[in-house]
Design a binder for this molecule. Sequence first.
Ligand SMILES: Cc1ncc(COP(=O)(O)O)c(C=O)c1O
Length: 396
Amino acid sequence: MAAAPAAFAATTPKGFRYADVEARIARGDFRGITKDDLGTPALVVDKAAFDKNIRTMSEHCKTTGIAVRSHCKIHKSVHIAKQQVAMGSLGISCATIAESELMVGAGIRNVLHTCQPAGKNKIMRAVHLGAKDSTFMVVADDPETVALLNEAAAAAGIKLRTLVDIYAGLTRHGHAAGKPGLEVAKKIDASKNLIFSGVMGYSGVASHTKGWEQRREQSRKDVGPVVETAMLCRKAGLNAAIITGGSTGTYNIDKEIGLTELQAGSYVFMDSAYNHIGTRAGSERYSDFGTSLHVLTTVISRNHAGQVTIDAGNKAMLKPTDQVVGRPEVVVENQGAEFGLLKWKDGNGFKLGEKVELITTNLDTTTNCYDRYYVCEGDKLVDVWPIMGRAGAVQR
Ligand SMILES: Cc1ncc(COP(=O)(O)O)c(C=O)c1O
């Protein structure tokens, strides 16, 4: 039998490097493990950039007086949520009931479920969370939901903290602003088993509007009526202490519009959809937060000029708008479930077996595909953070 190539012999204790790496990850012993040891595709986090993003948001909140209740929809990780809370996040915002269950179950207080629970299953799970932790909050954008939440909370013998969700430019959710919104708020307040806790309005249109001034204008248009509704609530004597919404794109706009807290999420990692919305100072690249999450892939074939194949495709949520780290001119193409193509006209190609890192187009859908974050300092693995378990529904 031929001797193992030197590259393998040097790094393979007893020839079982992969099993050894897994065993050491399980023990939390990361010494000597590098990106080259990891199975791909995999999610790698640049720890320095990640820490800096959390610090930047924390400092922004301290200096401007707006709070953040960071959204976990993009990371689905208790490890990350706990770091956000340690750095001043009021609690954690969640998009799905399963995310809320994960965060409350991990002992995180002041969780806000930012989507109205509808249907028996979700209403009962929301009420169950309220019974487990009295700081847990839900939103409602429909009087019928208010009635059902109240009924379920009464049956459980609890009082559930509830906010009214007001339309802010996304037709996906939110009751009409102004008097109609006030009426829903009053209905929550009058419900014996609900505690009216404030107003929410999320403007997903403003968040990704290109150009800071344009974003500010869009925020005024979309979120202004949400804040006006909160003022109507306060005038009517309701406790609208919380006015929540906002995003990574509008974090330095939302305070002047009148929000008391942000639900920003993407800022910890950043994706290619966010990287070009422009800064306040006018530069095209949105550099307020650095890209800290990459999809690590391997070049697995190279038989045609100007292109190679990588081991990430549709199953890894590969998109033509993903970007190759360090090679912005390289075009990404999908080639089926497990594969993608990298194409270029000028410059160097890629080696067989080479690791290539990609900036994903959409954090939420990408992280939903993986089980863990490999946290790295340069090339070295320094930690592994689990992503919410894969059991259950597609939208966990
Ligand atoms: C309800 C809600 N709040 C907040 C956010 C946070 O957005 P971002 O990741 O842009 O900061 C989102 C993102 O989709 C959202 O749906």
